[in-house]
Design a protein around this ligand. Structure first.
Ligand SMILES: *Cc1c(COP(=O)(O)O)cnc(C)c1O
Length: 427
């Protein structure tokens, strides 16, 4: 469900034609829909409503402070993974009391800053980190609060690079060792460990991995409680998938909720989630323009003005993003985005960028309507891990971001300039 639809034969973002944004802002650019962002945030809130969970938007998925501010105004907290993300969350108006901080490699300075602003909790990844946070909080004369991230050893059945809850990954404390860790660090002076955290991977298309993980950690909490440890909250992380290929690909969060609520209802601890992709994924598209058509030795290429530096997911994770012309020939106007749909009089192409790498593609072997130089293409479901993972590789200024709200839009991040590219080097 989103607000990027074809009306009168062309793509609209809510009530603004994509062509208008492309003309006025230039291409390539990221375009977000406020209504779509809010829809998905509220969908999670309502689906898990009976648990009254805290929702901490995963800022690494899409960090523009103007987008994060919209979520903060709805009561969202933030899940941060670095000092930079903590800064971003605060700049967006995030309430420190709803900020949780994850990550296997927090530096002393990052820990100090987080304690000083009074974040809700650290999600702690190792024994060494427990000791370090306790030490730093002691130096500051403060008490830090933390949850232990548990590695529940379940397979989320997603890409290896985004699998985080299996034994062989670097994340969390092995569930077999968790009780010993709680016993060992009982009654620290400057760190109160009151929660359990998991994040099994992303994107998770199936419900069963969550069910397996929740069963394992709720049983762990029962054992810990019996031993006299007080667990006040359980943070289930993020990972809910979105529809990259067609509207049936990912389970709506309501389905996850149906399976998880019975396992969690009535528990004496609070529940938190850290969704990123589910909230931001479908709320953004990448608008790009065809620069050239090129017939290669073995393939037909469509060369566009967005590259792997702007959207790295296809080459990094072999991800599929649905791509379609903004103003297709009338016989190719679509009412549904479906990877199975074949264009009329189409062609099989690789959609590639201008970067000097063979991995610089947005799509390979893709059936698309025929396009010409100057045509606009929309790359859908690019709101999460799109701009957030962009770089300046090949000295390409990063793209502008545009936020549509009804029939108006505004630029929420300006296009970078050439001077931006060298500014930090003038030392
Ligand atoms: C990346 C991450 C998330 C968000 O994952 P999504 O798939 O975007 O929902 C949540 N928690 C932690 C600890 C993460 O690393």
């Amino acid at each position: 469900m989103d607000y990027f639809n074809y009306k009168n034969g062309e793509l609209y973002c809510e009530d603004v034609p994509a062509t208008r944004i492309a003309q006025e802002v230039g291409t390539a650019c990221y375009v977000y829909s406020k209504a779509t962002l809010l829809h998905h945030f509220n969908q999670i809130k309502q689906a898990f409503g009976v648990l009254n969970p805290t929702i901490c938007f995963s800022i690494k998925s899409c960090g523009n402070i103007n987008l994060c501010r919209i979520l903060a105004e709805q009561g969202s907290g933030f899940d941060v993974t670095s000092g930079g993300e903590l800064y971003r969350a605060l700049q967006a108006g995030g309430d420190p009391k709803k900020i949780i901080y994850a990550g296997v490699g927090k530096t002393d300075q990052e820990i100090r800053d987080a304690i000083e602003v009074g974040i809700a909790a650290f999600n702690i990844e190792s024994e060494a980190e427990i000791e370090n946070i306790d030490r730093i909080a002691g130096e500051l004369g403060r008490q830090a609060i933390g949850a232990v991230r548990i590695n529940p050893d379940v397979d989320p059945k997603t890409h290896a690079k985004t699998t985080t809850g299996k034994k062989e990954t670097k994340f969390g404390v092995d569930i077999e060792r968790a009780e010993r860790v709680f016993d060992q660090y009982r009654g620290l002076k400057h760190l109160r460990i009151g929660g359990i955290h998991i994040h099994i991977g992303s994107p998770v298309y199936e419900i069963q991995p969550y069910v397996d993980a929740v069963k394992k950690v709720t049983a762990l909490i029962d054992r810990l409680t019996e031993k006299g440890h007080r667990i006040e909250w359980l943070d289930l992380g993020g990972g809910f998938a979105v529809n990259y290929k067609n509207p049936e690909q990912a389970k709506p969060v309501t389905e996850h909720a149906k399976a998880l609520i019975p396992l969690l209802k009535g528990k004496p601890y609070h529940i938190a989630f850290e969704p990123g992709r589910y909230i931001a994924g479908n709320a953004g598209i990448l608008l790009t323009k065809v620069l050239y058509r090129k017939t290669g030795g073995a393939k037909q290429f469509i060369i566009v003005d967005a590259g792997m530096n702007d959207l790295i997911r296809p080459t990094l994770y072999e991800s599929y993003h649905f791509i379609w012309p903004v103003k297709p020939d009338p016989k190719n106007v679509i009412d549904r985005r479906d990877s199975e749909r074949l264009p009329v009089d189409g062609e099989i192409v690789d959609v590639v960028g201008p970067i000097c790498e063979s991995g610089d593609y947005l799509a390979t072997e893709r059936a698309l309507p025929k396009t010409q130089r100057g045509d606009l293409l929309a790359v859908f479901t690019a709101g999460a891990y799109g701009f957030a993972m962009a770089s300046n590789y090949n000295n390409r200024p990063r793209l502008p971001e545009v936020l549509v709200d009804g029939d108006t839009y505004r630029i929420i991040r300006r296009r970078e300039t050439y001077e931006d590219l060298v500014a930090a080097e003038r030392v």
